[in-house]
Design a binder for this molecule. Structure first.
Ligand code: C5P
Length: 289
């Protein structure tokens, strides 16, 4: 009998994101560069007579517990797929800011799928399909690393690892209001606003050179304008960050987290300036794979 299975659920940023069009199923055709970060939640599944999901840790506030959490749905889907009962407790130690564009919830769900596949190996070939059923960002976390994602984000092409970079994250300031179905709201605004040239190929070319800076990513996220229209405070947050750190920041995914990326070892100085000015920051690195 398995006692406990545990694993990390890392965050991601999108280095670039192009929206190629709207599909008949309501989703958008994407071309994006996903990059795994060291910052991670920790997920465990434990056999239990009182099945359910609990969330703890510094970023637990506001994260849905129980069946409303995507990670619980992942467990149910996996158990159903294996013809088993979901008689487990899922425990999430939340380190990734929720609803920030860092895909923490998607990553937690993928971590549950990967743990479930250790219990029920017959699930392995079905993991990509199960992941996509749970959400567009979930398939990336089955392999992580650095990858190009097309389709809804699930047609993944692994890329050679990017050398280690520091990443400084600027989550939304405390007190900013959450937006219901945020990602859908940002995509909905896009129809009116996206007129920028595609950016993924040129960012990829720079990444192949081995070193990236935030300047290389300015304007590379098609969702940035739309997110600025959805979150009324987002521009002010960016202006404040950029004035303090004297560098541009860019948005990850549908936001609202801004980030800075630069050479390994340089993130602490950026974070120090920002903290001195009262900004909330998280310093992390690109994952080593
Ligand atoms: O797949 P997921 O549930 O994470 O997507 C949330 C919402 O984001 C979708 O309902 C859709 O409105 C939008 N979306 C999209 N095109 C994508 C991914 C997400 O329009 N490729």
């Amino acid at each position: 009998m398995v006692e406990r299975l545990a694993g990390p659920a890392p965050a991601k940023v999108n280095l670039a994101l192009d929206v190629l069009g709207r599909r008949s199923d309501g989703y958008h055709e994407l071309d994006t560069l996903f990059l795994e970060l060291e910052l991670a939640d920790h997920v465990e599944i434990v056999p239990s007579e009182a099945p359910g999901l609990e969330v703890s840790g510094p970023r637990a506030a506001g994260v849905p517990a129980g069946r409303a959490n995507l990670a619980w749905r992942a467990l149910e889907c996996a158990a159903f797929g294996a013809g088993a009962d979901p008689t487990f407790r899922v425990r999430i130690d939340k380190q990734i800011p929720a609803a920030g564009g860092l895909a923490g919830g998607s990553s937690d769900a993928a971590a549950v799928l990967l743990l479930a596949a250790k219990l029920w190996p017959q699930l392995v070939p079905r993991l990509p399909a199960l992941a996509l059923e749970l959400g567009s960002d979930v398939p990336f976390f089955l392999t992580g690393g650095f990858a190009r994602g097309r389709g809804r984000g699930e047609l993944l092409e692994p890329l050679p690892p990017l050398p280690m970079h520091d990443v400084v994250l600027f989550p939304p300031p405390a007190g900013t209001q959450a937006v219901e179905r945020k990602t859908a709201a940002v995509f909905a605004k896009l129809a009116e606003l996206d007129s920028r040239p595609p950016a993924v190929s040129s960012v990829l070319e720079l990444a192949r050179g081995g070193s990236l800076s935030t300047e290389d990513l300015v304007g590379a996220n098609a969702l940035e304008h739309a997110a600025l229209a959805v979150f009324p405070w987002l521009q002010e947050h960016r202006t404040r960050i950029e004035a303090v750190i004297r560098s541009p920041v860019v948005l990850t995914g549908a936001g609202p987290t801004w980030f800075w990326i630069g050479p390994s070892g340089s993130g602490d100085a950026v974070a120090h300036c920002a903290r001195e000015a009262g900004l909330e920051v998280i310093v992390t690195r690109t994952a080593a794979r």
